[in-house]
Design a protein around this ligand. Structure first.
Ligand code: URA
Length: 207
């Protein structure tokens, strides 16, 4: 288990635009995808490469390729805002979706939309959701992926609250968490502070 804050200057610079309440939808979307791409560089650093042979103009040589067995799984709906940035770097990745919320009466998760690649159990899954707040959705999504046989899950988010990290780590210690920033905490409404507000609303221009 590892919790990694991806503290690269480019990421921290771009995160400032996302935090700014005056940033409009277009710049917000573009910047979120750019950060997701930059974070992918770090989150895939342990992928096992495949050795291949390639002919350069001078000679035959050994070289390496990424195996085509990565899946990106955005948690609906805000996770969609990171997907394009990741596929820009891993164009062969398949994309699944998990939509889940907690029923306030039964307190049980309701999986209202789930669609995954058939061979998901054999894939390395990059599970994405920009805001790791209470940890509820992330835990439910990881529960679901594990039920489908997935063994290799990395969780990527933009901003994480320490409370959410603690819950995910306690329930799923085998899942590495990559965050652009670990923020101060959660307010009484479950918003991360200082945070960036409702990420889904800011991606999709809803309110
Ligand atoms: N989800 C969001 O979009 N923002 C928060 O601050 C917490 C959860």
């Amino acid at each position: 288990m590892a919790v990694i804050e991806v503290n690269h200057p480019l990421i921290q610079h771009k995160l400032t635009f996302l935090r700014d309440k005056n940033t409009g939808t277009k710049l917000f979307r573009e910047t979120l995808n750019e950060i997701a791409g930059l974070m992918t560089y770090e989150a895939t650093k342990n992928v096992q490469l495949q050795e291949v042979t390639v002919e350069t103009p001078l000679m035959t040589t050994k070289a390496y390729t990424m195996p085509e067995d990565v899946a990106i799984v955005p948690i609906l709906r805000a996770g969609l805002g990171m997907t394009e940035g990741i596929t820009a770097l891993i164009p062969t990745a398949k994309i699944g979706h998990v939509g889940v919320y907690r029923d306030e009466e039964t307190l049980e998760p309701v999986y209202y939309y789930c669609k995954l690649p058939n061979d998901i159990a054999e894939r390395k899954v990059l599970l994405v959701d920009p805001m790791l707040a209470t940890g509820g959705s992330a835990i439910y999504a990881i529960d679901y992926l594990k039920e489908q046989g997935v063994k290799d899950i990395v969780f990527m988010c933009l901003v994480a609250a320490p409370e959410g990290i603690e819950k995910v780590v306690a329930k799923h210690p085998d899942v590495d968490i990559y965050a652009a920033k670990i923020d101060e905490g959660l307010d009484e409404n479950g918003y991360i502070y200082p945070g960036l507000g409702d990420c889904g609303d800011r991606i999709f221009g809803t309110k």
